[in-house]
Write a protein that binds this ligand. Sequence first.
Ligand code: MF3
Ligand code: CO
Length: 252
Amino acid sequence: MISIKSEREISLMKKAGNIVYRTHKYLEPYIKPGIETKELDKLAYDFITSQDATPSFLNYEGYPASICTSINEEVVHGIPSNRKLKDGDIIGIDIGACYKGYHGDSAWSYIVGSVSREKAYLLEHTEKALYEGLKQVKPGNRIGDISNAIEEYANNHKLGIVRELVGHGIGTNVHEKPDVPNYGKKGTGPILKEGMTIAIEPMLNLGTREIYLLDDDWTIITQDGSPSAHFEHTVVVTKDGYQILTGDDNFE
Ligand code: MF3
Ligand code: CO
């Protein structure tokens, strides 16, 4: 069963999503050459806890930090460390916050200093792929419509689609039903209904789609070493479309 959230639950998810959005905005000016990713993690922890919330990922299945910081060929789940960001890097920052039992989840990829045209292309089109998926969110459409829109967009831009990791329902758990793959067929999968809350999160590579898990058992990298980007929003299905809960149009 895919849960339908009540008005009360949606207002708590708006609050959680807004905290995630403001954590991204708080970190953004610090994303510069020379900063260690564990400093970003500390800033995020302090900000989230100052908002009466807790970092959703800390201790999640044993995950050892508050955020994920994935640099260049790292796709997702990079663990913050004493590694310093360098000019020309790209970094995916994935943030979750739990407010009164409800989660918000959003990842964004950022440039560090100035980056190559190829990396800029990857970021531009991974973000656009997310928005192509979002456009399909409305009651009566199916999960496969979202998946297919992302797949088509990625294929048209010659980007590799990571298949092993998917978007997801979200609410009192970070990961709920349904899965939201970044590839699939139109008109297939669960039907979207008003009050469902889902996280959509394309992970696209400049090279091929294959990935590899590092020995730390968390960090996922591209097999061919090509850069990877990740953009994610949590949204609620509304009467005639969707509202992004982790963006700047949610002020509640
Ligand atoms: N944000 C990830 C997701 O979108 C979850 C992070 S998993 C963790 O599904 F283990 F790092 F917390
Ligand atoms: Co997610």
